[in-house]
Design a protein around this ligand. Structure first.
Ligand code: COA
Length: 322
């Protein structure tokens, strides 16, 4: 049996830190409100001219270096993102060229906040079927580009960042299972209506910004993630007590705590970065994974459950033997 093994991870964040106190100056909010509802203390915001591709490129360089893999060895470059640099070419193509991996397949996956998990699921299947030996899988966003800084309901929630993993085909267990789902019936609860085919301008709706029904998203996310973690355990033929770490999408600490409770895991076994990064959408899971690998918490041979939920709705997971 061929598995996709994670050889190494990488991540990148913009330099600029925006704290809850900074946001208190922009909108009618408070550090206490943001922390108690979401767990967020600060987020990073990309500099003018700094793009999703720039962040992903930095994360990719780090992952490739730590993996000891040359860009020219890659068979696949895939990026989960909902904030590409430009409409086309895909940001994955721009990164591929900067890395010098020219010639291999390169494409973006848009599954909103589940983008990295979708990209990982796709890459895993290419590796398992023998078509790809080495893959670079990234999740990266500059979501703050579509945040309305005068809207307190959404502007406190999001941040920018990127993460990456290098996968290699191996006889040793790596990714044990992936589960990918979507239900477009929920499209109106979390979306950005500005687009190409529907037209660039959105004067009626006051420009490019995220629309979200927070309370509904919260409730459905908790319920859906409960079912997703059960499904993933079943797909990997495992029990919750075999898990070493939960690496959840970093949208809201209360959603994360609910999933941990469902799994009977203590918060000691959960990687939490939402306090520092806020919701970086596709960047969130690989950023959290990299932080935990670099700090030495995640060790080789451990079982990791990765999961995400986002606009679409989309939701996806992976069981990984690290
Ligand atoms: N600061 C202060 N008050 C705020 C605020 C802010 N930043 N944002 C909203 N409020 C107000 C609301 O206007 C509302 O006021 P009202 O009672 O006078 O109408 C009040 O706070 C409560 O709002 P509510 O929506 O009930 O809060 P909540 O407990 O549901 O928390 C979220 C709001 C957005 C934090 C929460 O619903 C959430 O996290 N949802 C999921 C969002 C998410 O994760 N999206 C991405 C998924 S990938």
């Amino acid at each position: 049996m061929t598995y996709a093994r994670i050889l190494a991870t990488g991540s990148a964040l913009p330099e600029r830190v925006v704290t809850n106190a900074d946001l208190e100056k922009l909108v009618d909010t408070s550090d206490e409100w943001i922390r108690s509802r979401t767990g967020i203390r600060e987020r990073r915001v990309a500099a003018d001219g700094e793009t999703t591709g720039d962040l992903a490129y930095r994360a990719a360089l780090q992952a490739l270096q730590d993996a000891g893999v040359k860009a020219s060895e890659l068979d696949m470059v895939v990026l989960g993102t909902t904030t590409p640099d430009i409409i086309f070419p895909a940001t994955a193509c721009l990164i591929q060229d900067r890395l010098g991996a020219n010639g291999c397949m390169a494409f973006d996956v848009n599954a909103a906040c589940s983008g990295f998990m979708y990209a990982l699921g796709v890459a895993n299947n290419f590796v398992r079927t023998g078509q790809v030996k080495k893959a670079l899988v990234m999740g990266a966003e500059t979501l703050t580009r579509m945040v309305d800084w005068s809207e307190r309901e959404t502007c406190v929630l999001f941040g920018d960042g990127a993460g990456a993993v290098v996968l290699e085909a191996s006889d040793e267990p790596g990714i044990l299972a992936t589960c990918l789902h979507a239900d477009g019936g929920y499209k109106d609860l979390l979306y950005n209506p500005v687009g190409v085919s529907v037209g660039f301008s959105d004067e009626k709706n006051h420009g490019v910004r995220i629309r979200m029904s927070g309370r509904e998203v919260f409730k459905i996310a908790v319920k859906t993630l409960d079912a997703l973690v059960d499904e993933t355990l079943q797909a990997a033929n495992m029990h919750a007590d075999q898990l070493d770490w939960l690496i959840p999408h970093q949208a809201n600490l209360r959603i994360i705590e609910a999933t941990a409770k469902r799994l009977g895991m203590s918060m000691e076994q959960v990687i939490v970065t939402v306090d520092k990064h806020a919701n970086t959408s596709s960047g969130s899971v690989p950023l959290a994974l990299d932080a935990a690998v670099r700090s030495g918490r995640i060790k080789r041979g451990q079982n990791l459950l990765l999961e995400a939920f986002g606009g679409g709705f989309t939701w996806a997971s992976a069981m990984v033997r690290y």
